[in-house]
Design a protein. Sequence first.
Length: 154
Amino acid sequence: MAQRQRLHHSASKSPWWEIAAILFFLGINKWLDLQARLMVLWRTDAQTTGWYHYRHAAEVVFAVVFTLGVLAALAAGLGKWRWFYTQQPLVLVGIVLLVLFVVIRAVTLTHVAQLLHFDLHDNYWGWVLELLATACFVWSATRVKSRRAHRQAD
């Protein structure tokens, strides 16, 4: 029975496709620099509608709401895919690193980091988090593939 449940989980309900879709979206976002374009649109709208002088409060609200939204999505994913993360803890580490990167990036783009007296304008932290997350995903996927190869050989 436990063997059947594991096979069912691994074959039909694997989160790899969801992770791939999220990574694809993040890659498109990075390539097109969508967040910077969105900030320019918001800034232009704030200047034309007259609430530009309240921008710091709006940036703080955005950073808090965005962070809470990302954490809620992480919690939902943890609840939905708990069995997977117990089998693939490196994927969880990679996702947490990506969440950390996305939240820090949002905080630095909105200048909330300056209000909190954090100096995060050094781009190395972003590269490190992204590469570590990618390494976790690759290592975990490689381990899954090698386990499957060993099972097929037996």
